[in-house]
Design a protein around this ligand. Structure first.
Ligand code: CTP
Length: 403
């Protein structure tokens, strides 16, 4: 999954011949999972039609302060557009528009959006080689860079004038990959190895039966997806669940039993920076697994159970610099029980869910958690979708590891 997935991207198109490439840009951004809106300078409409860009972006294209074709003359709110965007990309960016951006000129909608934008701004210059080399252009770049805008340098090649030199807008693929890399660089879990366990474990009784539980794995998978989107290098050790992850950055290790989960987790732990154990691991397993299907008889059947290894506690013993997080699912004396698990298993953080809370626990799409840190800070949250709970847990961990 691209880091651009789910991002709201505003593409600014200005009047250069490279404007025809903005159609490819929109396609690539949409393909990467971004929502795209386009704002054009009035003259750029002569190079590429708003219809092309609105069809590809599946959104209305904006190029003036009011929509003149609309008899109610609807106001295109530049502030709203600017605040909507997670990222503003101006490509192609002509010398004229760049100079106006550097000096605060605001004589079209695109420039008004630029002045209102609080999000990161990227610009891909496109102009003839002598314009590109001109000291004024150089001064413009310096000013824009000093404002915190990011330049995606033009490349060397044949220009619309027929001359050959530097000034061609970077190719759409190169622009998208530049932005992806740049966004990844700034992510808080960049360079961190994150180990996550999720789902239930199944403990075999015989070849067809097992002892298991109702864990869906949704919480662990949500944490894995979120950690990857924050730049983490994620290994997800998952018990049997019906979920899938489409994120290629997540390394998925599928296991069935507690013993398999234990071995897989131990294999990765040394290299791990953050371990979050959300799996609902069976505490007991049949002491003996029948090699053939057990036939029913007229008498009672007793299965002797033996304890499984406590994976979390074993990591707590091994822990060096790793930040170790456990979950506690409680039905009574919640805070007390969770705090004692935190201590006993040598954790940095425990995520408590109480089965008494509506919207918390197994199966559903929501959860209600309280975070308890090893210095006894407790942080309760409201009922939220598990995807948001994942964000809360990771935001807390990121704050802690950066302290
Ligand atoms: N856990 C584990 N290995 C086990 C059992 C539990 O790694 N064999 C982890 C879970 O992934 C979770 C935490 O321990 O992060 C708490 O699990 P829980 O079952 O609530 O606690 P237990 O210590 O097993 O205590 P009890 O079942 O008695 O409440």
């Amino acid at each position: 999954m691209s880091v651009l997935s789910g991002k709201k991207i505003l593409l600014g198109v200005t009047a250069g011949i490279a404007a025809y490439k903005s159609a490819f840009l929109v396609r690539l951004l949409v393909k990467a999972g971004a929502q795209v809106k386009v704002v054009m300078t009035p003259s750029s409409r002569e190079f590429v039609t708003p219809l092309t860009l609105s069809t590809l972006s599946k959104n209305e294209v904006f190029s003036s302060f009011t929509n003149e074709e609309d008899e109610n003359a609807q106001w295109n709110n530049h502030v709203e557009l600017a605040l909507w965007a997670d990222l503003f990309l101006i490509a192609p960016a002509t010398a004229n528009t760049l100079s106006k951006m550097a000096h605060g000129t605001c004589d079209n909608l695109l420039l008004a959006v630029y002045l209102s934008a609080k999000c990161p701004v990227y610009y891909a210059p496109a102009m003839d080689l002598d314009m590109y080399k001109h000291p004024t252009t150089k001064a413009t770049f310096d000013t824009l860079d000093s404002f915190g805008n990011t330049r995606i340098d033009a490349t060397h090649g044949e220009l619309a004038s027929g001359l050959v030199g530097k000034g061609r807008m970077a190719e759409p693929e190169a622009i998208v990959s530049f932005i992806e890399k740049d966004l990844l660089k700034g992510l808080p879990l960049r360079g961190k190895k994150v180990l996550i366990t999720a789902g239930p474990t199944y403990e075999a009784i015989d070849p067809v039966r097992f002892i298991g539980n109702h864990s869906s794995g949704k919480m662990g998978y949500a944490i894995a997806e979120k950690a990857a989107s924050l730049g983490g290098q994620v290994t997800l050790i998952s018990g049997p669940v019906s979920l899938q992850t489409n994120t290629s950055e997540i390394e998925l290790v599928s296991v069935t039993s507690a013993e398999e989960m234990y071995k897989a987790t131990r294999k990765y732990f040394d290299e791990t920076d953050i371990a979050i154990l959300s799996a609902a691991v069976a505490d007991y397993r049949p002491a003996e697994v029948a090699s053939e299907k057990i036939k029913k008889s007229d008498t009672e059947l007793h299965i002797k159970l033996e304890k499984t290894k406590d994976i979390l506690a074993s990591l707590g013993e091994l822990k060096k610099d790793q930040y170790l997080v456990g979950f506690a699912l409680e039905t009574e004396n919640e805070l007390e029980n969770a705090k004692s698990k935190l201590k006993k298993k040598n954790l940095d953080l425990i995520v408590l869910n109480s089965l008494r809370d509506k919207g918390a626990g197994f199966g559903g799409d929501t959860n209600k958690v309280t975070l308890i840190s090893k210095d006894n800070k407790t942080l309760p949250f409201e009922v939220k979708p598990k995807t948001e709970v994942a964000g809360d847990i990771l935001a807390y961990i990121i704050d802690e590891i950066n302290e």
